[in-house]
Write a protein that binds this ligand. Structure first.
Ligand code: NI
Length: 194
């Protein structure tokens, strides 16, 4: 568990920030991304673990689907309130901004910290957690289970080939196999032949 008071405060901060949000971008998602990022960081000796931890914890703090902030305003306000100096805050926000799938259109993050947090965020979209999140999100937005399965085939099955780090790739392969198994079982149960 973290010894760093800023990291401990960041965990509390995201719990408050995402209160009441349960459609896959809540505090539970952020905390899983944080734990996964730290596991990947264990295999990436060149990274700054503090930047990885804080970028993971703050990676959705200014998500455009949830907040109307600009220029990482939530993340920056939190970091300033904990006296994190601006150079470090810049590096954290740079890593945060490198994570977004949409904003970066497939561009690989330029820093090791950005690459680690992006892998951790993508890993949370696949495997057992990814399956649960996809159906929870789909249900909330009026989609049938079949619609959610299309999302698997069109997007989630591609993620394993987009990993940045060797450890991230390894974890993605395991989770990918589990999703394929799930799709096979679905087909067997429903007699679907697609
Ligand atoms: Ni995320």
């Amino acid at each position: 568990m973290p010894q760093d008071p800023v990291i401990e405060d960041a965990i509390e901060y995201v719990r408050t920030l995402f209160q009441g949000n349960s459609d896959g971008h809540g505090a539970d998602h952020t905390l899983r991304v944080y734990r996964t990022a730290m596991r990947i960081a264990d295999s990436e000796p060149g990274c700054d673990r503090r930047v990885v931890a804080l970028a993971a914890l703050l990676h959705d703090a200014d998500d455009e689907k949830l907040f109307q902030t600009e220029n990482n305003a939530n993340a920056r306000a939190f970091l300033a309130s904990r006296q994190v100096d601006e150079t470090l805050a810049d590096r954290i926000c740079e890593a945060v901004n490198a994570v977004s799938f949409r904003k970066n259109r497939g561009k690989r993050p330029e820093t090791p910290e950005g690459r680690i947090v992006q892998d951790a965020d993508r890993l949370d979209a696949i495997g057992a957690v990814g399956i649960a999140r996809t159906f929870a999100y789909g249900g909330r937005h009026g989609r049938t289970p079949e619609d959610s399965l299309d999302h698997f085939r069109e997007k989630l099955l591609l993620l394993k080939d987009l990993m940045n780090t060797p450890r991230g790739r390894e974890m993605a392969e395991e989770r990918h196999r589990f999703m394929e198994e799930f799709l096979r079982e679905w087909k067997a149960e429903t007699g679907e032949n697609s």
